[in-house]
Design a protein around this ligand. Structure first.
Ligand SMILES: O=C(O)CCC(=O)N[C@@H](CCC(=O)O)C(=O)O
Ligand SMILES: [Zn+2]
Length: 335
């Protein structure tokens, strides 16, 4: 296999490859762009016009998606996957990946859309670099742009695999994209209702990509991901890369839709979340439930019918999201 197919090994050992560009026997060009960044380009005659960004390791301990990208890259490098799309593979936080930590100083996924400029440290620099890789990759006019940012969650979940679909004023969420996610094994999609500071929000809001954060199970160390079944997603990603998806697919069967009703923001060290430490994502909360309290008698009381909680985390830094309250969505505003 071509050496550049071993992007994960290069990244985990902090090595720069001697040869920056390699071509497979099938004519696919692999180009190393920098730490944890590799561009794959089909021969011009085969190019289907799609630019696909696949990122993982934005949180360094979320290894199942990193292993998935590695398998895809091996397939490309050994010629068993013959791409018709341009693909950018990105490993988000190599330093945290090497340590098996979510992040070292700061959560990279809270540093996009301008936030890195207000901050310092290597994670802020890396967020700026990731934005630049994505900006250059998505700069070719007239092509389709798609970004999947792959994650696993801190806690167990009543719905194992789901997507978060970013928000931009004036732009509608696409039914066609939801059908693609259903076919990829996603069981739910959360439609965001506000701009955000995550990587997928950046590519969606600023680079006009269709972009999603995918949550694929519970975070575990490298080699311990047997319980995370990514077969359907892997199959779908290969079909996207090789331009072999079925046409006119628009079934949302098996897909539950939710919209984000409120972001619970931790304002101070007095923040207290009234949930058991082992609560699962998508747990239902009844109306009137006192969810959280913060300084100045700030109280978060559930007012929504059918509310559920995801990503509850009282340990985040002050000013950041400590959970999302979501409600069922009938999908009436899809394009
Ligand atoms: O399990 C958790 O609490 C967090 C899992 C995770 O990393 N989720 C992403 C979601 C990003 C998004 O909102 O699009 C994150 O928190 O960064
Ligand atoms: Zn994550």
């Amino acid at each position: 296999m071509l050496a550049l197919g071993k992007l994960l090994e290069l990244t985990l050992t902090d090595h720069e490859p001697a040869e920056k560009t390699q071509v497979t026997t099938k004519g696919t060009r692999l180009r190393w762009l920098g730490e944890g960044a590799l561009e794959v380009r089909p021969p011009d005659s085969e190019d289907c016009g799609l630019d696909l960004l696949l990122s993982a390791g934005i949180h360094g301990n979320e290894t199942a998606p990193i292993e998935l990208l590695e398998r895809l890259l091996h397939g490309v490098a050994d010629g068993s996957i013959k791409p018709k799309a341009r693909v950018l593979f990105l490993f988000g936080n190599p330093v945290a990946m090497r340590k098996g930590e979510r992040f070292i100083e700061q959560d990279i996924n809270r540093l996009f859309n301008g936030r890195h400029e207000l901050s310092s440290g290597f994670e802020a620099l890396r967020a700026a670099e990731l934005e630049q890789f994505a900006r250059v990759f998505f700069s070719k006019p007239g092509r389709s742009r798609l970004h999947y940012d792959l994650h696993t969650a801190i806690r167990g979940s009543k719905i194992e695999q789901f997507a978060l679909y970013p928000y931009k004023e004036g732009r509608q969420h696409s039914r066609r994209q939801l059908a693609r996610l259903a076919a990829a094994g996603m069981q739910a999609v959360l439609l965001q209702s506000k701009p955000s500071i995550t990587f997928s929000a950046f590519t969606y809001e600023q680079l006009e990509a269709e972009a999603f954060t995918l949550e694929l199970g519970k975070a575990r160390p490298f080699g311990q991901n047997e319980q995370v079944n990514l077969d359907k997603l892997e199959d779908r990603l290969i079909r996207i890369i090789t331009a072999e998806e079925p046409e006119d697919e628009d079934s949302l069967e098996g897909l539950q839709l939710f919209s984000v009703s409120r972001e619970i923001i931790k304002h101070s060290d007095s923040f207290h979340l009234h949930l058991p430490a082992d609560i699962e994502n998508f747990s239902e909360l009844s109306k009137g439930y006192l969810l959280a309290e913060d300084l100045a008698e700030m109280r978060w009381v559930v007012e929504e019918e059918g509310a559920r909680i995801i990503f509850p985390n009282p340990k985040v830094k002050n000013g950041l999201r400590a959970g999302l309250l979501i409600v069922p969505d009938a999908g009436q505003r899809l394009s």
